[in-house]
Design a protein around this ligand. Structure first.
Ligand code: FUL
Length: 458
């Protein structure tokens, strides 16, 4: 039988079934409305700001005093402007980091910005600045709290849920809730009631995605901007608990720790999924800092990544079926440092340039079995730099292998790119060689490929 997606290809769908019961099972897994929305707005800034900014530390101790928060100015409007310049569509703020200091006027603790000279509610300032500018706003909240007395007792769940209720109820729409699983080696033991936390989020902000120690967005597995060659969004369901299991000091009795973690290379090939009875849609997010540290520190000013480096990370995350969460920490003056601003501007320019010279941008749909390949012909020779391909992920993630050929001026085709999964977006570099056309060949798919768009750019 020939491969329906490539002429003269003798190995039908690369030797795996195009359609059968197992394929139907895999492609029945699709994103929620919130997951889909995020896939269309795939780049946010992460803003680490708080007590650590004032004290110059990465992790506090929880023994700081409110008077140690010596910050006098905070300018979220500048953060928002920079996010827009970089091409980001949202901001996630560290409302409470591990030290427990709250950037909002919490009624449940005195360890809050309300008791500082600065006095203003920084969560409100940031949420308002984002919403006014049409940016999404998300919250980072650390369950590990070094300051709160009830931490380690069952009363802590009440404390945490009360704080979540404030954050989710008083600041307009929240697009993402980022639960960090980190916990120091000497921290008090504490078992969190995750299901209860999730329920508070679902009740108050049903459209929000819960990330990392949460069921909607998967941690990519590192903090250096790297992704796997193939990033799958359909993975075994137990991975939704991977970070909780990795960080929890007390595993539930008898709980089997499955073999895969968010650091493993293959999370979603057919071979991996075959043995898994429960699957879920769990796309990866790449969280990485523009500098060495997460919080601002003047010694880190020399470690700011270049626009080119940030663009490489962008191509490799947004362009590899992931979302990007790029951390930019404000300084003690409450603004992004000029070096970070310069790098963000440069990144924004590069992203804009990527899409600025379209040769062909076409909406696609289901590929029928008669479509052995799709040809695109240009009206004149073009030096293609990038191709962007998107699947319509409302029909799941289907493509497992594809090739891009370029048609040379003499009419001959040469292979320019061989890829694996596509998902919400694949950005591939084509090298800028002159050609008069291009051909997309899907070599392997889970059922009929359901593409949404392809764009070739000079
Ligand atoms: C980690 C934290 O310990 C870091 O301080 C930072 O917030 C990073 C995003 O997550 O787990």
């Amino acid at each position: 039988m020939k491969n329906p997606f490539e002429k003269n290809w003798t190995n039908y769908n690369n030797g795996v079934p195009l359609e059968d019961e197992e394929v139907s099972r895999l492609i029945s897994v699709v994103p929620s409305g919130a997951q889909f929305r995020l896939s269309q707005r795939p780049f946010y800034l992460f803003v680490h700001f708080g007590m650590n900014t004032a004290t110059g530390r990465e992790w506090g101790s929880g023994t700081e005093k409110c008077s140690d928060f010596t910050i006098k100015k905070v300018k979220p409007k500048q953060w928002v402007k920079c996010a827009q310049v970089a091409g980001a569509t949202g901001i996630i703020l560290t409302c409470k980091h591990h030290d427990g200091f709250c950037l909002w006027h919490s009624d449940y603790t005195d360890f809050s910005v309300k008791n500082t000279d600065f006095g203003q509610d920084i969560v409100k300032l940031t949420a308002d600045a984002c919403h006014e500018a049409g940016l999404d706003f998300g919250i980072y909240v650390s369950p590990w709290d070094m300051h709160e007395k009830s931490y380690g007792t069952s009363a802590y769940d009440n404390y945490f849920c009360n704080q979540l209720t404030e954050l989710l109820g008083n600041y307009g729409e929240i697009s993402e809730v980022w639960f960090d699983g980190a916990k120091g080696a000497n921290a008090r033991a504490c078992e969190y009631d995750w299901q209860r936390y999730y329920q508070v989020v679902r009740d108050l902000q049903p459209q929000a995605n819960i990330a990392v120690c949460g069921p909607d967005i998967r941690w990519v597995g590192n903090e250096s901007g790297k992704t796997r060659k193939t990033e799958y969004s359909v993975v075994p369901k137990y991975l939704q608990n991977a970070e909780i299991i990795a960080h929890s000091s007390q595993k539930a009795e008898g709980e089997a720790v499955k073999s895969l973690t968010s650091k493993d290379e293959d999370l979603g090939s057919r071979a991996v999924l075959a043995g898994e009875s429960e699957l879920c849609w769990y796309p990866a997010e790449v969280d990485v800092s523009i500098r060495d540290g997460w919080f601002w520190n003047k010694n880190d000013n020399r470690t700011v990544k270049s626009g080119k480096k940030l663009f490489d990370i962008y191509l490799n995350s947004v362009g590899n079926n992931c979302t990007l969460l790029l951390n930019v920490p404000p300084t003690v003056k409450g603004v992004f440092h000029r070096k970070d601003v310069r790098a963000l501007k440069n990144l924004g320019k590069r992203v804009e340039a990527l899409y600025s010279k379209p040769v062909i941008v076409e909406k696609l749909g289901a590929l029928s079995k008669d479509d052995e390949f799709i040809d695109f012909n240009f009206d004149a020779p073009k030096k293609l730099k990038y191709v962007s391909i998107s699947e319509n992920i409302l029909f799941s993630q289907r493509v497992e292998a594809f090739d891009i050929y370029l048609k040379k001026i003499n009419g001959k085709y040469t292979k320019a790119y061989s890829g694996t999964a596509i998902g919400s977006k694949k950005l591939a570099c084509l090298g800028g060689k002159a050609c008069v056309g291009a051909r997309l060949v899907i070599r392997q798919s889970r059922g009929t490929p359901m593409l949404s768009e392809i764009g070739f750019y000079e």
